[in-house]
Design a protein around this ligand. Structure first.
Ligand SMILES: Cc1cc2nc3c(=O)[nH]c(=O)nc-3n(C[C@H](O)[C@H](O)[C@H](O)COP(=O)(O)OP(=O)(O)OC[C@H]3O[C@@H](n4cnc5c(N)ncnc54)[C@H](O)[C@@H]3O)c2cc1C
Length: 389
């Protein structure tokens, strides 16, 4: 890439960008001006959301404060959301934050995107009318975490009926955590239903993991409906098969969307609207744009949208952003073929899998707990000046 790159803009503070900031904290070129645009003053580690629901973690346990890390990296933080991107004009429009402190436009020479996946309310309403009004959505996890205590307040007074829509890893973790929470702290008689979208629960996982999930669902008395949710109304979930399910609260954990602001950005996008990147995590259409995590799709090697892939892409992303600034060769990122997946079944029990291997137990939950806490601690510690450690 060419020289003259003086302004690096990081959109979002997902796990890949935390690692970019950590690398910049060790070695930031003096002539590189770095800005981070992020809606929250902290990164919430989503893998710990269900532990937060069941009271194993405090909100603080799950959060990585951004200010110290940004400061250590010699960067500046702008609190706000990307609302539009003009890749040709190298400009980002910042959406309102509620505080109106953010400048309305940011320009860049080099851009990196790690803003994660979203629920696009317009698309959601088209597929599932009523969902954006009546369902509690798991994303953004920061909002979900503040609303869950309100559900528990209701659950203490009367038995609730909860339907989880979406039977991927996030939906299952959410369901198991909700069941554990209400069993331990709610009024007796709560009911749970899993609406899978027509597939088996944990469809993208190995058969052995699916069997373990089914056994657990059965043991907890959770009803599984292999049907699609096609709409919602107050107290009702409508199913594709024509039936209606009465429920107090639908929890939505279906596959998420690409951000709407990517449409019209000029960037090459995959069919589903995510940023199409090559083996260097570099946009296939704009060499001065990089992306990682759930917002990106690898053109050469598509992989599932898991946090672990966002984390693994971080070091190469950091290397390539610095290489792009220097004008030196980029390094390919090879996503791992197999990743360690730890599906938490409420606090204290998890199903572990790696490729075709799988097992479960309290030890798997303790393993996940150690990994998650270590991730948060590493990035919190990184932000602490060496002398103070
Ligand atoms: C309940 C739950 C549990 C999960 N558990 C696991 C697990 O155990 N293991 C696993 O591998 N994966 C897990 N996942 C999936 C995992 O969370 C995601 O795959 C991972 O977070 C993706 O990382 P990311 O960097 O793409 O996005 P994120 O981690 O979502 O980070 C994106 C960042 O960008 C910010 N942002 C969003 N929009 C904008 C905008 N417009 N402008 C600027 N900034 C913006 C966000 O605030 C956030 O800080 C779980 C997901 C959920 C919902």
């Amino acid at each position: 890439m060419h020289h003259g790159i003086k302004k690096l803009l990081l959109l979002g503070a997902g796990p890949a960008h935390l690692q970019v900031l950590a690398r910049l904290a060790q070695n930031r070129p003096a002539d590189l001006d770095v800005t981070v645009l992020t809606p929250y003053p902290h990164h919430t580690h989503s893998g710990m959301t269900t532990g937060l629901m069941v009271g194993r973690y405090s909100a603080k346990d799950c959060q990585i404060p951004l200010e110290p890390l940004v400061k250590a990296a010699g960067a500046r933080c702008v609190q706000g959301r990307c609302a539009a991107l003009d890749a040709a004009g190298q400009t980002v429009l910042v959406g309102p934050t509620g505080k109106d402190l953010a400048p309305s436009e940011l320009t860049y020479h080099l851009l990196s995107i790690d803003t994660g996946a979203v629920f696009d309310r317009t698309r959601l309403e088209a597929d599932m009318p009523g969902a954006s009004t009546h369902a509690l959505m798991v994303r953004p996890v920061e909002v979900f975490a503040t609303l869950w205590p309100q559900v528990m307040e209701r659950a203490v007074n009367r038995p609730l009926s909860i339907a989880v829509v979406g039977a991927g890893a996030a939906g299952l973790e959410l369901l198991f955590a909700a069941e554990q929470c209400l069993r331990l702290h709610g009024a007796a008689g709560a009911r749970f239903t899993l609406i899978t979208g027509g597939t088996e629960p944990a469809e993208d996982q190995p058969r052995g993991v699916q069997r373990r999930v089914l056994r657990r669902l059965k043991a907890l008395g959770i009803t599984v409906l292999r049907d699609t949710c096609v709409g919602m109304d107050h107290g009702v979930v409508r199913l594709g098969g024509g039936a209606e399910l009465a429920c107090d609260l639908p929890l939505l954990a279906i596959g998420t969307h690409a951000p709407a602001w990517l449409t019209g950005s000029g960037l090459a996008l995959c069919e589903a609207g995510h940023v199409l990147v090559n083996e260097h995590q570099q946009s296939t259409s704009h060499p001065n744009v990089f992306a990682a995590g759930d917002v990106a799709t690898r053109a050469d090697a598509p992989h599932p949208r898991h946090g672990v892939h966002a984390v693994r892409a971080g070091p190469t992303l950091a290397t390539n952003l610095l290489a792009a600034h220097e004008g030196s060769a980029l390094t390919p990122h090879h996503p791992p073929k197999h990743t360690l997946n730890l599906l938490s079944c409420g606090a204290g029990h998890a199903i572990a899998s790696w490729g075709p291997l799988h097992a479960e137990g309290a030890w798997a939950w303790a393993w996940k707990d150690r990994i998650d806490r270590a991730f948060v601690a590493a990035h919190t510690r990184h932000a602490t000046p060496a002398a103070a450690r």
